[in-house]
Design a protein around this ligand. Structure first.
Ligand SMILES: [Zn+2]
Ligand SMILES: [Zn+2]
Length: 420
C-alpha cells in the first residue's frame, strides 16, 4: 500500500513538502521554508530514514529546508536538474547571510549546505531512473529554468507532483511539458485556483509604457522582481519593446542571471538571454549606485516584495521624486513592505518610513498557471485522486473539483496519512 502525507503548504503557500511511503522507500517531494516569517518556518519533520528527495525547483518555499534534512545526517540523494543545485546553493547561502543580519538562528549552517550539495544527483527532464522499486521521471514544469514535475511509478500507483507550474509560454520559458503518462494521483499547486491572470501582452505593454514615460520625464524607472525567473523575464520583455538603454541590474539577480545563462538550453530561446545581457550593466558597488541615479535609466533589482536587497537604498533616495517610477512585478504577501506600499502609499521597512511620491504600479508577470489552465490541465489528466496544496484557497478548490466528480482533498495540518 502506497501512503502519502503532507508536511507543509497545506491551505497556504510556504514549506512545500510531501512524503511518499511505498512500503519499501520513503521519498520526500520538496522541503521548503516560509521565509516571510522571522524566524523562517520549516515543514513538519520527517521521521525515519529518507531514501530520496525529489526537488521540484530552487525557490525557497520548495527548497529552503533541504539542508535541514541533511543537517540531521540523513544523507539522502537529491534528484533535480543541475541548474537547481546551482540556484539552491545561491539562495541557501543568502538565507544564512540574512539570518546573521537579522540575528536569527537557522537550523542549518554552511557545512550542511556543502554536505547537501554533495548529495545532489543532476537529473535531466524525461531521463527515468529507479529507486528501490519506484521509477521516477522529471517533467519540465515551465515555471522557472530547471523546474520539474516529478512523476512516480510505484508499480501499484502513478503519482504526479506538479511543484509550481505554468502551461502557457512566457518570454523566458516554453511552458510545462504536458505530454504525460497516465496519472492516478495528482498533487497540484493551487496558487491561482480562484482567479485568472490579466492578459500577459497588456502587462508587457504597460511595463514598456511606464518605462518609456519615466525616461521621457528624465526619471529613473525602478523595477523590483524576484531574483530567480523574474528579472530575466523582464529583461526579455524590455528588449522586445525596444527600451532605450541604459539598463542596470542590481542585487542577487546578477548571480542568478549568470547561472541561468550558463544553462540556456532550458530557455524557450536559448540565445535570447545572452543577447540581452550584452546590453545590460551590473551594478558593482555603492559608488556605482550613487552615480547611476544621477541620470535617467532603468534599474531592475531585488527583493521582489521590497523587504531587503538594494531596492531599500534606491527607495530611500528616490521616494520623493515624482518623475521616477516603481513597478512591482510579483505577488505581494500580506505584511511585506511591498503590500504595505500598495495599500498606504508609504514605504515602511527597517527604520525607513516615508511617503512615496514616485508613480507606483503592480503588474502581473506570474510564473504560475491561472484558473482556466489549472482546470484544463486536470480535465486532460483525469486522475483518480487529487490533492490540492500550495494556495490560500485549497479547500474551496477541492470542493469545486468534487462538484465536478473528482475525488479531491485539500490536506490540512493534522498529520493525516492517505492510502492510495
Ligand atoms: Zn516557485
Ligand atoms: Zn511555490
Amino acid at each position: 500500500m502506497v501512503q502519502i502525507s503532507f508536511n507543509g503548504a497545506m491551505a497556504s503557500v510556504g514549506c512545500s513538502s510531501v512524503l511518499v511511503d511505498t512500503g519499501v522507500e520513503k521519498i520526500v517531494l520538496d522541503y521548503g521554508t516560509k521565509i516571510q516569517e522571522i524566524p523562517p518556518l520549516f515543514p513538519i519533520p520527517v521521521q525515519g530514514k529518507i531514501d530520496a528527495i525529489l526537488l521540484s525547483h530552487s525557490h525557497l518555499d520548495h527548497s529552503g529546508g533541504v539542508p535541514v534534512l541533511e543537517a540531521k545526517k540523513n544523507g539522502a540523494r537529491v534528484y533535480t536538474p543541475n541548474v537547481t543545485k546551482q540556484l539552491a546553493e545561491l539562495l541557501w547561502l543568502d538565507s544564512i547571510k540574512i539570518s546573521h543580519e537579522e540575528k536569527v538562528d537557522l537550523p542549518f549552517n554552511k557545512d550542511d549546505v556543502r554536505r547537501t550539495l554533495n548529495n545532489f544527483v543532476p537529473t535531466d527532464f524525461r531521463k527515468s531512473f529507479t529507486l528501490k522499486k519506484t521509477k521516477v521521471t522529471l517533467f519540465d514544469a515551465g515555471h522557472i529554468p530547471g523546474s520539474t514535475m516529478p512523476f512516480l511509478d510505484t508499480g501499484e500507483k502513478t503519482i504526479l507532483y506538479t511543484g509550481d507550474y505554468k502551461i502557457s509560454p512566457t518570454r523566458l520559458m516554453k511552458g510545462a511539458d504536458t505530454n504525460l503518462p497516465d496519472v492516478d494521483t495528482l498533487i497540484t499547486e493551487s496558487t491561482y485556483c480562484d482567479r485568472e491572470h490579466p492578459d500577459r501582452k497588456s502587462q508587457e505593454k504597460e511595463l514598456a509604457r511606464t518605462v518609456h514615460s519615466t525616461l521621457a520625464n528624465d526619471g529613473i524607472a525602478l523595477i523590483s522582481g524576484f531574483a530567480v525567473g523574474r528579472i530575466d523575464e523582464l529583461l526579455l520583455v524590455l528588449n522586445q519593446y525596444g527600451i532605450d538603454y541604459p539598463v542596470y541590474v542590481d542585487g542577487m539577480a546578477k548571480k542568478a542571471l549568470t547561472i541561468i545563462n550558463q544553462n540556456h538550453h532550458l530557455l524557450k530561446e536559448p540565445k535570447s538571454l545572452n543577447r540581452v545581457l550584452e546590453k545590460v550593466e551590473y551594478v558593482k558597488d555603492q559608488g556605482m549606485r550613487k552615480r547611476i541615479i544621477k541620470n535617467p535609466c532603468v534599474i531592475l533589482t531585488t527583493s521582489g516584495m521590497l523587504s531587503g536587497g538594494p531596492i531599500m537604498w534606491y527607495m530611500s533616495k528616490l521616494h520623493d521624486r515624482q518623475n521616477c517610477s516603481l513597478t512591482l512585478t510579483g505577488f505581494q504577501v500580506e505584511g511585506t513592505p511591498g503590500k504595505t506600499l500598495l495599500e498606504t502609499g508609504r514605504y515602511i521597512n527597517d527604520g525607513i518610513d516615508v511617503e512615496v511620491k514616485m508613480s507606483i504600479r503592480r503588474l502581473d508577470f506570474s510564473s504560475h498557471l491561472g484558473r482556466t489552465d489549472l482546470f484544463g490541465f486536470i480535465n486532460r489528466l483525469d486522475p483518480e485522486k487529487i490533492f490540492c496544496v500550495h494556495g490560500d484557497h485549497t479547500e474551496d478548490f477541492a470542493r469545486e473539483l468534487k462538484e465536478k466528480g473528482y475525488d479531491a482533498t485539500a490536506p490540512l495540518a493534522n498529520n493525516r496519512i492517505f492510502n492510495l
